[in-house]
Design a protein around this ligand. Structure first.
Ligand code: TXA
Ligand code: MG
Length: 317
């Protein structure tokens, strides 16, 4: 296994049906030839991912996305024109070329054009889309640096394209569009406010987490080993005297000496910076092995929605 910025090497392994780690602006992906069934099965195996959880196909251009779907609804076209490449995934009616293994038996396919120069260059040289989930073991914290990828996938990939730290830091926002109806399936790196400004009010998937519309949105996800408690950090600190505590705060920093590791998502309460830090900080707190991690919710706007969603899932086990 090697890492580097060599697109030809990445292409060589992908052409051979092997797994390659790829950078995107959201999180790192675990990529394989999306039209090669054996290669796609390797993704499920490497991540220990349940087979009912469909994969996103990554393409370099809208024209390539169009080849994978039956039609592009008007609202999807508007969003694609404004936000692709970018942290947006569209779920649309799929064509037969998309296998049931990619779509996990659904009649839709998830498509995204990632906004990372190395990965875009790579995609332009391939004659197939890349299937790529986040490059973590299923249910664990998503990777936003090459070190994160190597920790869990180092012995499962042939190569990792080194694209530095992810600029957005949370996964893409997923919007399903069928006809006139647009539904948010996952909050992510593109703010809902920006989507609604263009196509009007969107539906919100009914957050039925036992049977979510995006099968990957199981309630427990991103969970560190320590128990995560969300709420008033100061009050919870007082209640939990004697326990080893980690803190993941947003509104202020905590310097109490009894805290084992205290991290503030953004010293200036900037939601974009908080998104860039959330997964790396969860991993750092996990590595510090406190008994309990105290966290607090962020303002429920912009990328705050996506971060709160990750925090709530991290708190469920
Ligand atoms: O930012 C991202 O989207 C990253 C980077 C690598 O592109 N990818 C990513 O993939 O987050 P993954 O597999 O970790 O999450 C994909 C989510 C899952 O919750 C899955 O259930 C949902 O997308 N999904 C995929 N295809 C779907 C479909 N046809 N219908 C509904 N949900 C779908
Ligand atoms: Mg994932």
């Amino acid at each position: 296994m090697e890492t580097g910025k060599n697109i030809a090497v990445a292409k060589k392994w992908l052409d051979a049906g092997e797994l390659v780690g790829i950078p995107t602006e959201t999180v790192y992906g675990l990529a394989a030839n999306g039209l090669n069934t054996d290669a796609v099965l390797k993704i499920y195996k490497a991540k220990n991912r349940p087979q009912f959880n469909p994969l996103i196909l990554h393409v370099p251009y809208l024209s390539e996305a169009k080849k994978l779907v039956q039609y592009f609804p008007e609202k999807a076209l508007i969003l694609a024109e404004h936000f692709m490449p970018g942290p947006l995934t569209l779920v649309l009616p799929k064509k037969g070329i998309v296998s049931d293994i990619i779509s996990a038996g659904h009649n839709t396919v998830a498509i995204r054009i990632p906004n990372h120069p190395l990965t875009l260059q790579l995609l332009r040289q391939l004659d197939y889309p890349l299937a790529a989930p986040s490059a973590n073991i299923s249910g664990y914290i998503s990777p936003t640096s090459i070190q994160h990828v190597l920790q869990q996938m180092g012995n499962k990939v042939k190569y990792v394209l080194d694209g530095g730290n992810c600029a957005v830091g949370v996964e893409s926002t997923i919007v399903k569009i069928i006809g006139e109806e647009a539904t948010i399936l996952r909050y992510g790196g593109l703010a809902i406010e920006d989507i609604e400004a263009l196509i009007g009010t969107v539906q919100h998937s009914n957050e039925n987490n036992k049977n979510p519309e995006a099968p990957g949105m199981m309630l427990s996800h991103y969970a560190p080993k320590a128990k995560v408690i969300i709420g008033d950090i100061e009050k919870n600190l007082a209640l939990l005297e004697g326990k080893t505590i980690g803190v993941l705060s947003f509104h202020k920093a905590y310097h109490e000496p009894e805290i084992k590791l205290s991290l503030q998502l953004s010293a200036t309460q900037n939601l974009d910076e908080a998104a860039r830090n959330i997964f790396a900080y969860l991993r750092q707190l996990d590595a510090a092995t406190p008994e309990i991690i105290l966290a607090e919710l962020l303002p429920d706007e912009g990328l705050g929605k996506a971060i709160n969603d990750r925090l709530i899932r991290a708190a469920v086990r």
